[in-house]
Write a protein that binds this ligand. Sequence first.
Ligand SMILES: Cc1cc2nc3c(=O)[nH]c(=O)nc-3n(C[C@H](O)[C@H](O)[C@H](O)COP(=O)(O)O)c2cc1C
Length: 367
Amino acid sequence: MIYRHLLRPALFNVAGRDAEAIHERVLGMLARVSESPRLTRGLARFAALAWPGDQGRPREVFGLRFPHPIGLAAGFDKNARAVPALAALGFGFVEIGTITQQAQPGNPRPRLFRLPSDEALINRMGFNNDGADVIAKRLARQTEATVPLGISLGKSKVTPLEDAVSDYLASLDRLYPWADYFAVNVSSPNTPGLRALQERDWLDALLAALQMRLRERAQAEGEGARVKPLLVKVAPDLDEAALDDLVEVCLARAASGLIAVNTTVSREALSAAVPATLRDEPGGLSGRPLHTRAAEVVRLLAKRTEGRLPIIGCGGVFTVDDAQRLLDAGASLLQLYTSFIYEGPGIARRLAHGLAQVAAESGAFLG
Ligand SMILES: Cc1cc2nc3c(=O)[nH]c(=O)nc-3n(C[C@H](O)[C@H](O)[C@H](O)COP(=O)(O)O)c2cc1C
């Protein structure tokens, strides 16, 4: 309430027209907290007081233990500056990145737009990030994360599609020690040509190479070392045939799971309240208008994979009902980004608590 009615209007106004400026300020604050274990512990205590309640039971998915199913989606902390603070706010896991082998500035600003009437965002950031090397050094300095850490990998803009495999491999090698899982991002609409990597042959070559490297790394670690999970992030704009192809390749190459979905290039779900100038901004749409399609894709993938590939559901999760909808559609875990901006810092704890209550009630009902 306080966030929606007091803080959010203030924050949205401070940055004026540039939505990215406020994002940088907030991330800067979280980064400063993350540098101090004492401040991080303080933030965790504050969050538990401000958004109290049972956070549910831990669950094991692709061999990792998650305190609850609500995670932070890729793109918020692209450079791994604020993982401890984000965990302190109550996220059950955090996915950093997308990280590319080469540092790159991304697209020219403005490249992030708020659509408040629809509680949505359009972005065409274009994988702005410090590059795998700098981010690996940053992760090496940080205290170990208290929740599972996913690392999203993408292709550097300057690398031609034909050399994509070596580009992803170089990032994987550099970041390997810190990842609990890797996510292959082949679904961002903002790097020209990237989504072609979702096609059967490209994806097959990419997954084969990454899986081989992950196996080699596990072998090098010695007897009993686990092969780190590799997930594939899916675009909501694929049709059923393309999703079928993707599932087939992921199963054949023993991917560990899927993340559904990335942002959409479609504007169909936007309301008439969105001005045409905003609607026509190129980029990926996220938030509430994405939710119905996200649920549809999760349901389709769950059906096609028959439960053999765990799914992280993502797209327009604002409420406990939204979260439950994606779980009912077949997701094992959830991620969010846009609702963090619109609903504020308590969203992960509130949703985790709400889901725990639903589980307790249905358990009681069944019992
Ligand atoms: C500003 C912004 C930047 C994003 N950057 C990335 C990214 O680098 N890698 C990625 O896989 N997804 C990225 N995403 C997509 C989100 O991870 C997520 O899939 C999408 O926003 C749908 O979830 P939501 O409706 O909860 O925001 C970005 C989203 C936004 C809004």
